[in-house]
Every structure is written in C-alpha cells, then in structure tokens.
Write a protein that binds this ligand. Sequence first.
Ligand SMILES: O=C(O)C(=O)C[C@]1(C(=O)O)C=C[C@@H](O)C=C1
Length: 341
Amino acid sequence: MSAEIDELRKEIEAIDKQILELLSRRLKISAKIGEIKSRIGKDVTDEKREQKVREYWYNYARNLGIPDSMVESILPILFSYSKMVQINPGKKKNITVIGYGGMARSLISLFSLVGHNVVVTGRNKEKAERLASEFKVVYMDLDSALNWGEYIILALSPSSFDYILRISPKFTSKVVMDIFSSKNEIFKELEKLSEIYSFNYISTHPLFGPITYPVGERIVIIPSKTSKNVNEIVNFWRECGLNTTVSTVEEHEKAMAIVQVLAHFYILGLHRSIDELRKELGIENLSNFYTTNFKELNKIIEKVSNILPVILEIQKSNPYAYKVRDIGVNELQKIKEELGG
Ligand SMILES: O=C(O)C(=O)C[C@]1(C(=O)O)C=C[C@@H](O)C=C1
C-alpha cells in the first residue's frame, strides 16, 4: 500500500480517537442530565431540546460541507444511546411477564437493560423458555411466576382474554398491567376482576411496536378504580426510560381513533390502491422508481401488514371507528371533487 495512504490513515485514526473521546464525554454529560431528570421527575426524552439540537447539527454540518443525510443517520443513534445512559433503574422490581410475542420481547429487553429481575411465563413453555434465554432471564411455570412477581405484565393479545379470565384469581394482591392497544371493553372487564380478586389493576398502552430496547418511546398509563400508588407506577415506567402519559379510557380511545384507526385505515387503503394500480397500469418494477417519501411510506405499509390482526382488532373495537372511517372517506371524496373528480 502507498506510504501516502498510510500517512492519511494515521490521521484518520487520530481523528477517530478524538471522535470517540468526545462521544464518551457527551454520554457522561447526558448521564448527569439523566440523574437530574430522575430526581425532579422529568421524562428522559425532551422533544423540544432534540429539535434544537437537530437544528444546530444541520446548520453546523451544512457549513462544514457535511451532507444532511449523514446527520440524518448519526443523530438518531446519538439520541438513542444518550437516552440509554439516562436510564435510572431506581429500586429493582420483580417483574413477571406473561407472554412471549413481540411486545413481551420488547418489554423484557427494556426491563433487563434497566436491571430489573424478570421472569417469563405463558401457556407454551418452549416459547417462553426461548424468550427467557434470549435475554438471560428466568422461565417459571405460571403458579411460581405469579407468586414471585410484584408486577404482572399481561403481554397477551385480546384473543387470550379467556386465559386471563381463568388465571385472574391468582393475581390477588399483585400489581397487574395489561398492554392492549384497545381499552374499551377489556378495561372494564379487568377492572371488575380486580375488584373481585383484590388485585391492583392499572392499564397501560405502549405506543410503540415490537422493538428491542424501546428507550425514549412513550407509554400511556390508565389508572382503574383499584389502582393504588399510581405515582409509583408512573415512576417505574419513567425509570425504564419511557415517556409517560397518564390518561382515562375515554381520552385514550378518542386519541387512538385518530392516531391508530384513521392512520391505519388510510394505510390499508394506500396498500390496496398501490397493488390495484400496479396491476391496472402494468408496472412491474415499481421499486426502481421509489422516491424518498415513497420508500418511507412503504416501510410503514410493511410494518402495518406485519401486525395486521392487531390492526383489524383495533378497527373493530374502537368505539369511534365508524365515525372515523366515515370522515376519512368523506374527506377523500371532498379532495377528489376539489381536484376535479
Ligand atoms: O438535553 C437533554 O435533556 C438531554 O437529555 C440530552 C439529549 C441529547 O442527547 O442531546 C438526550 C435526550 C433528550 O431527548 C434531549 C437531548
């Protein structure tokens, strides 16, 4: 190799060292901010601050001839690790997760990152054991797991409601949290069960998909009649690095009518229309023509398709779904007329 390249590579190594030293300094400062936030009860993520950081990154980068796309790649990683070092586990909890699907996996990744004690259980021993070994946590049979856990997380789909019904007499004196995205019917049922079997029920809705280490994402917390120590639960999630919204079933369902029902309805329509038009217009290699925005849309379509049963369940169970879809179609119709048909 040429001596000139060797020389330049040495320069790069020296710069890399500086970049890493600066990254380490940045993370340490971020951890200090995290300690203060935890002390004063503030969420880890601060959107306004992130916006400001984003602005100066783009400005400095442009002045230095660094492309926007490089900033776009680096900044989310920087924020995400910055938030990871801000996690403050507080007091270790014994958490029992019932279930082994994508959301169980996501929450277990978070709990074990934070350093809580986690046990996985469920109807299928093999699947529960596989998930437990992935995150080096423990599998237990249902009875032992329920006995051991202080917090019981029902990471199950609404179709498992009969199972929950059957095991709920064993929840007595525990803090029980479901993670269903639709609260309408199930909240009332679980609230009733919590009164009958004397457990402390508090509903949650993680506003994220089955991602690993969802630090910085948001969770909605909905207290029920039997919820005690709501603040303790809010702090628990905050100390796991999630942003928290405390809400009511009614407010949650209304917000989800827009955020989920309307958005998914349009995405389903977009997906079908794309397939239909491809056939109609006879375009085979559409991907050769994807714009940046269309690529992003496609990613969203794929994510939605991967969890189609959940999406359809929300379309069915949200009490405002009919109104939402009516308005959705009407607005499209109006746009069509405005555009001349
Ligand atoms: O400034 C803060 O509040 C931080 O926690 C630091 C930081 C960052 O890495 O720049 C990280 C997370 C917040 O969402 C905003 C900014």
